[in-house]
Design a protein around this ligand. Structure first.
Ligand SMILES: O=C[C@H](O)COP(=O)(O)O
Length: 267
């Protein structure tokens, strides 16, 4: 059975002082969490602080993007190796805010996915459609092309590395991000099942093992309904990862849904 994972994406929020208080509270709140994994992806300047505070706790940490390049004259860019230097486990790749606002392409996102794996990080590869795309009925075509970009750009060899480092996919419908409009559990499940089916066409074993997170206005009041869906393996959380008790409740919902699932298997 796939272990649930909840990842907070702080986006461009925080300060040394706020982070100290928030991470300290989260460590206290999540100290006893056993049945789910959790992590926080912080803005790059706060990686050292996250490493110092979270080391030895059961909260992992990561960055929110990596350069597709290993090093060189790329002003303002941060390499995957640099994230690894700060003990990161995770790197969010291809978030829609980067795709939409700074026109990051499928090819760039795929190359960053490869760079993250190369540095030993677990990439969290984001896919998702806009509202116009959903209304036009092309959700599967859009998500499918975002996924296939990985193979087209990096080739089939990337799959074994992705398995080894437990690469994660995050389905985030753009229309649900930061809007308060969550996809219904059935809408999200349908796209998650499509993603798993697409991966299964290449490799059924990877499809069974890969964790697919849902992101887009996840909150304590809807987390449990989403996490019990068979192909939803946790969440990528924006706004509610900036509020300790809301993030705690979402992590607890993930752990609880894992217990419900294991009970129903043994029943
Ligand atoms: O990476 C996280 C997503 O963009 C979701 O953000 P949100 O929970 O604020 O809607």
């Amino acid at each position: 059975m796939r272990r649930k994972l909840v990842v907070g994406n702080w986006k461009m929020h925080g300060s040394l002082e706020q982070n100290q208080a928030l991470l300290t509270q989260m460590m206290a709140d999540l100290n006893g969490l056993r049945d789910a994994d959790c992590a926080i992806c912080v803005p790059h300047p706060y990686l050292a602080q996250a490493q110092q505070l979270l080391k030895g706790s059961n909260i992992g940490w990561g960055g929110q993007n990596v350069s597709p390049f290993q090093s060189g004259a790329y002003t303002g860019a941060v390499s995957a190796r640099m994230l690894a230097d700060f003990g990161c486990t995770y790197a969010i790749i291809g978030h829609s805010e980067r795709r939409v606002l700074i026109h990051e392409s499928n090819v760039t996102a795929a190359a960053s996915f490869g760079a993250a794996l190369q540095a030993g990080l677990t990439p969290i590869f984001c896919v998702g459609e806009t509202l116009e795309e959903r209304q036009a009925g092309v959700t599967e075509a859009v998500v499918g092309s975002q996924l296939i970009a990985i193979l087209n750009t990096l080739g089939l060899d990337i799959l074994s590395k992705a398995v080894q480092l437990r690469a994660v996919i995050a389905y985030e419908p753009v229309w649900a991000i930061g809007t308060g409009k969550t996809a219904t559990p059935d809408q999200a499940q349908a796209v998650h099942a499509f993603i798993r089916k697409r991966i299964a066409e290449r490799d059924p074993d990877i499809a069974r093992r890969v964790r697919i997170l849902y992101g887009g206005s996840v909150k304590p009041s809807n987390a449990a309904q989403l996490f019990v869906m068979p192909d939803i393996d946790g969440g990528l959380i924006g706004r509610c990862s900036l509020v300790a008790n809301e993030f705690r409740d979402i992590c607890l919902a993930a752990a609880e849904s894992a217990c419900v699932a294991s009970q129903s298997i043994s029943d």
